[in-house]
Ligand binder design. Structure first.
Ligand SMILES: O=C[C@H](O)[C@H](O)[C@H](O)COP(=O)(O)O
Length: 232
């Protein structure tokens, strides 16, 4: 599996050109991309990156990739990031590692978002992977009720749980927020659900990435597939 992730990362790296400003994703697949990018930088490639998490910042620094912020550059050429699920419209569930907020800000500031994954992430319909919803701890009871109403309005339901870290304490995101994971099973209309969740005051962001990915690089036993998003 790890080999497939690295192959997908290597294929995305072929899109990177000298002088590009890059968004650097988070997770085990994106980590391969940062490592391979570091090898190219050591060989003379000149790029600058914006990391989507403190973990990726540390990886990029370790690999010698020069970093910047979205305050210092006005756009990014390409963001390369992993995903937890990818559907045929290239809508995504992201946030399994808790980095969805910065990932979405960075992806939205990019001309192109390339999603890299092993092909187990490819699904006909999103929802089997629990949907992460990043929330403000204040007023969480009210926010949870509003989320449940949004689910009902969009024809989905399922158990919600505040994410815990490995040490048993509540998981806290890089932005200081909490995450509620929702086991929805099947999200028939992810665009409507995304809109409904975004309208809730206590929701900072959610893991549905709608219309952001330009292409997906999927590595499987039979090789690599590159899928471009159909123009609306
Ligand atoms: O918050 C984490 C990110 O959205 C990751 O990109 C996603 O969870 C996929 O991670 P991995 O490549 O480790 O499966």
């Amino acid at each position: 599996m790890d080999q497939l992730k690295r192959q997908a990362a290597a294929r995305a790296l072929e899109e990177v050109r000298d002088g590009m400003q890059l968004g650097l994703g988070t997770g085990s697949t994106a980590k391969h991309f940062v490592e391979l990018l570091g090898e190219r930088v050591a060989a003379g490639l000149k790029v600058i990156g914006v990391p989507t998490s403190e973990a990726t910042r540390a990886d990029a620094e370790r690999c010698g990739v020069k970093l910047t912020t979205l305050d210092e550059v006005d756009h990014l050429d390409i963001t390369v990031d992993g995903a937890d699920e990818i559907d045929p419209e290239l809508n995504l569930i992201k946030g399994g590692g808790g980095a969805l907020l910065r990932e979405k800000i960075v992806a939205a500031a990019s001309d192109r978002m390339i999603v890299i994954a092993d092909d187990s992430k490819w699904v006909p319909t999103l929802g089997k992977f629990p949907l992460p919803v990043e929330v403000i701890p204040f007023g969480l009871g009210a926010t949870r009720r509003a989320i449940e109403k949004a689910f009902a309005d969009c024809g989905v339901s399922g158990q919600m749980a505040v994410r815990k870290a490995k040490d048993g304490h509540v998981f806290v995101t890089d932005g200081g927020h909490w995450i509620v994971d929702a086991q929805l099973g099947r999200i028939a209309d992810p665009a409507s659900l995304a809109k409904a969740l975004s309208a809730i005051p206590g929701v900072v962001e959610h893991g549905l990435f709608i219309g952001l990915a330009s292409s997906a690089v999927l590595a499987g036993g039979e090789g690599i597939r590159v899928i471009e998003r159909r123009k609306p």
